[in-house]
Structure formats: C-alpha cells, structure tokens
Design a protein around this ligand. Structure first.
Ligand SMILES: Cc1cc2nc3c(=O)[nH]c(=O)nc-3n(C[C@H](O)[C@H](O)[C@H](O)COP(=O)(O)OP(=O)(O)OC[C@H]3O[C@@H](n4cnc5c(N)ncnc54)[C@H](O)[C@@H]3O)c2cc1C
Ligand code: FES
Length: 253
C-alpha cells in the first residue's frame, strides 16, 4: 500500500450524476484487483477525510475510478480539473478471488458495478461472466462496453427505460438454471445484497457467493472502527481491513 500524490489526467461525466476520474500515479503500486479500493482526497481542505472508491480500470500507472456525486466530497471532486494533484492511498482491502472458478454470475447495482467491472476486465480471457446489472433508469447506464466483456449481459432498469424492467437479482434468478455458474459475485446497495441473500436462501441455492460492502468509512486502514459491521457470529468486522469482500453467509447484511 502506498500514499501517493497522483496527477488528474481527466475527470469527466459518464452518466447522470456519475463521473470517471483518471489518475496518473507517479510510480507503480503493483497489481490492483476488482474489489480493492483507494482512499482519495477530494482536493478540498474542508473535507478532511478521504473518500473510498473502488478500483475500476487499472492501466499501467493510470487508474480510473468512478463516483456518484452524493455529498460535499464527491460534489467538490467533480469540479477538479486535469493537472490537479490529489493524494491517494492504494490499493486497500481484499478482492474477488476467482481462483478455481470458471463460470461467474455477476450481480451489480448502481455504483456497485465499478469493482465488478475491474473483476471482469481482469479475468474475462479465462472465465465466463454472466452479468446482471441494475440501474435506476436509462440516464444512469454507463460503461456498457466494459460490461459487454461478459459472455452474457443483462441490463435492468427500475423504470424499464433501458434493458429489462426489473432488478438484477430477479433477472439472475430467472436465468439461474441456464447459467450454471459456480460462483456469484455481487456489489450494490445494501437492500440489493439483503434481497440477494434472502432469495438465495429461500431457493436453497448453495453456490458460493461473495459480496463487496460499501460501508461509510473513516481511515480506511482498520484504526477508527467507523466501518464496522457484524459477521454471522455477531462479532465486529472492519469492512476496510477484513473486507470489503465477504462470503455472503459470513456477514450480516
Ligand atoms: C470500499 C468502498 C468502495 C466504494 N466504491 C465506490 C465507487 O466505486 N463509486 C462510488 O460512487 N461510491 C463508492 N463508494 C461510496 C463512496 O465512498 C461514498 O459515496 C462517498 O464517500 C460519499 O462522499 P461524499 O463526500 O460525497 O458524501 P458525504 O457528504 O460524506 O455523505 C453524503 C451522503 O452519502 C452517504 N454515504 C457516505 N459514505 C457512504 C458509503 N460508503 N456508502 C453509502 N453511502 C455513503 C452519507 O451517509 C450521506 O447520506 C465506496 C465505498 C466503499 C466503502
Ligand atoms: S474505516 Fe477506519 S477502521 Fe475501517
């Protein structure tokens, strides 16, 4: 893990309220995997805490992360221009480890798609991805070319303005028999992960399933306990240090 002063190469809007920022790192940090995240300064002294964002596209010393404008930090970040220097701590956390798996079902929603895209990019030459990706509406759809690296891609929208009307979890369960995945990876809003866990259990589906959690964070390093959630034994786990990727059965959602 390194704390580097990166140069903003570009920072552009890619969908409604969603931006992609590409940083040029001054040195290599080695391989970065889907699920891992960076802690990025917003460039504004008023936002003391850095913001955690999932690794999306790593290409040599260039790293792209995508963010939804939510509050003050990401709002300011969206105004940052090329050439600015931003402090970034990376790479952090664990990742979706697909060793031993061949057919991967991918379930994503909203900003949860970015770590999934990194995982697909990294593994698509050796593994088959069957991706079920949910967006709010047509305006929120982004990075479809990246998602198309999947063997099969199904896009859903809440209002049916693009792809299939519905949600990603139901779309996957509808295809469950034909896809025959040997692992499921998922990232998205807490409600989506909760529904996924309940539906897998109700359907008696025992395929291993790994989820990446996007808890609110402070330090990103395991020290402040802002990101704590409970494992299945009721013990505290730190999403930044013990995750953000967990076995869906080993974490309370
Ligand atoms: C491991 C990890 C990876 C992430 N990857 C991405 C990503 O690739 N793209 C992306 O857009 N976002 C991602 N997030 C969420 C992102 O970090 C927050 O949306 C961001 O920090 C909000 O900053 P802000 O200053 O705009 O909002 P703030 O002003 O800090 O908060 C605004 C609102 O957003 C809520 N919020 C703050 N942090 C989070 C959070 N972590 N999750 C959900 N709601 C939050 C607050 O409760 C508040 O309601 C990730 C979070 C984690 C922990
Ligand atoms: S963010 Fe500080 S312990 Fe996880």
């Amino acid at each position: 893990m390194k704390d580097l002063l990166a140069t903003v190469k570009s920072n552009k809007r890619i969908a409604e309220n969603i931006y992609m920022i590409t940083l040029t790192l001054p040195e290599s940090v080695g391989a970065m995997h889907g699920g891992q995240f960076v802690n990025l300064s917003t460039g504004n002294g008023a936002n003391l805490l850095r913001r955690p964002l999932g690794v999306c596209i790593a290409d040599g010393n260039d790293l792209s992360v995508c963010y939804q404008v939510k509050g003050n930090g990401t709002k300011y970040l969206s105004t940052v221009e090329s050439g600015r220097k931003l402090q970034v701590l990376l790479p952090l956390g664990n990742w979706f480890d697909l060793d031993g798996y061949k057919n991967v079902a991918v379930i994503g929603g909203g900003v949860g798609i970015f770590p999934l895209i990194a995982t697909i990019r990294e593994n698509c030459s050796e593994k088959n991805f069957y991706s079920y990706i949910g967006f709010r509406n047509a305006g929120a759809v982004c990075l479809e070319e990246e998602l198309k690296k999947s063997k099969k891609l199904t896009i859903t929208t809440d209002d049916g303005s693009y792809g299939i009307k519905g949600n990603a979890v139901s779309a996957y369960l509808d295809d469950f028999e034909s896809v025959a995945a040997d692992v499921i990876i998922a990232c998205g809003p807490p409600v989506m992960l909760k529904v996924l866990k309940r539906k897998l259990s109700e359907a008696g589906i025992k395929i291993p399933c790994y989820v990446s959690l996007e808890e609110r964070m402070g330090c990103g390093l395991g020290a402040c306990l802002v990101c704590v959630c409970k494992n299945s034994d009721g013990e505290n786990v730190r999403v930044c240090r013990d995750g953000p990727v967990f076995d869906i059965n080993e974490v309370q959602l």
